[in-house]
Design a protein around this ligand. Structure first.
Ligand code: FNR
Length: 365
């Protein structure tokens, strides 16, 4: 089967992956309300097509923090790509580079920052961090990211600990032998490898390593340690968006972490407009969660996002087809976006404004 939709990439991946890994990728926290809400939320808007517009040359190219992208999209930071494919993040980096997408590398990448950079030297890549109790380890990562030409730092702020993911607890999920957080000391991540009935190695590990005491006041410490733009991921209210700007943050990612953290957190499209309105226009607001078609990306842009990130579908592509599979996923999203722009009579990104959307109360369809 040649997959024609992201969902079909998902089916192929599900057929390939061990069930416990599929569950780790797919699962959310608690009752998975937020995970499901993410998928439904994009359907609560309809596109308002304009007709008799010259759509012979649609253009979705853009620039973000000085890097050129083929479309306003990227790969969301996700831990341990080697769970999907032995080439791990190096394959994802090649895919993103060839597709002209931004790659955000997770602090829990299974290949080193330097290996990932070498796999796709010209690509736009950012590094995502969690605030570790060990600040020396954090500082070392920032230095390495700067040296390996990562273009921004993303601090994920919705995870004082990892959410209660029932699938992982039931599966006693732990990292398989041979797989590690390649950018952290083995000692720092060894707990992620230990499983016990009813426990998740990933959750144990976060409890030990993540610093749940940090506040806005601590951001200055990180701000002072880097010249790179700083982006906060996991902001879901206008109040926090304003605080972020006051504390020197350069951009935001509106995200409920794919429904993996606070179950009951809103899907991003529900809060994106209030956040876009709360921050100055020169602070890019990105979004992720439940994007499964180019029309979803078009809607994200129309709600004011500068770019949107794709999470699980990239792992699906990687799982069944390595770098080529991940690239096919990203190419499909871009092609579907262009198709949407043509058929909606909105051939430039500027045409995808709030006027391009109308609310649609029904969740059916
Ligand atoms: C994630 N996500 C995530 N986020 C983050 O900031 N750091 C991380 O290390 C991870 N790891 C991770 C692993 C896996 C397997 C998944 C599925 C997700 C969250 C991710 O960046 C993003 O917010 C969501 O995945 C986006 O939603 P979709 O596109 O997966 O629905």
């Amino acid at each position: 089967m040649v997959p024609l939709t992201l969902a079909e990439h998902g089916e192929l991946a599900k057929g390939r992956l061990p069930a416990v890994i599929w569950d780790f990728f797919e699962g959310g926290a608690g009752a998975e309300w937020s995970r499901r809400a993410n998928l439904a939320a994009w359907r609560r808007h309809v596109l308002r097509p304009r007709v008799l517009v010259d759509v012979s040359a649609p253009d979705c190219g853009t620039e973000l923090f000085g890097d050129r992208l083929a479309a306003p999209f990227g790969v969301a930071p996700m831990a341990y790509h080697q769970l999907a494919h032995p080439d791990g993040e190096c394959a994802t980096a090649r895919a993103a580079s060839e597709a002209g997408a931004l790659l955000i590398v997770s602090i829990f990448a299974s290949r080193t920052l330097e290996q990932i950079a070498a796999a796709a030297p010209g690509a736009a890549r950012w590094l995502q961090l969690y605030w570790l109790r060990d600040r020396e380890a954090l500082t070392a990562l920032v230095r390495r990211a700067e040296q390996a030409d990562y273009r921004a730092l993303v601090l994920t702020v919705d995870a004082p600990k990892v959410g209660r993911r029932l699938r992982d607890l039931r599966n006693a999920f732990a990292l398989p032998a041979g797989l590690a957080a390649a950018n952290l000391d083995a000692e720092l991540t060894s707990s992620a490898r230990q499983s016990a009935t009813g426990r998740s190695g990933i959750e144990e590990h976060s409890r030990q390593q993540f610093d749940p005491s940090i506040t806005w006041a601590d951001l200055a410490w990180l701000r002072q340690r880097t010249r790179l733009p700083l982006v906060l991921k996991g902001v879901l209210t206008a109040e926090d968006a304003r605080l972020a700007v006051e504390h020197g943050v350069d951009g935001l990612i509106v995200s409920n972490h794919g429904g993996r953290q606070l179950d009951g957190a809103p899907p991003a499209p529900a809060v994106l407009p209030e956040i876009v309105d709360a921050v100055p226009a020169d602070h890019p607001v990105l979004v992720d969660g439940g994007l499964r078609h180019g029309t979803d990306l078009a809607k994200a842009l129309a709600l004011g996002a500068r770019a949107a990130l794709v999470g699980r579908p990239v792992l699906w592509g990687l799982a069944h087809g390595g770098a080529d599979g991940a690239r096919a996923v990203l190419d499909l999203v871009r092609e579907e976006l262009l198709d949407t722009m043509v058929l909606a009579g909105r051939p430039t990104l500027a045409d995808l404004d709030r006027d391009a959307l109308a609310p649609w109360p029904a969740t059916a369809a």
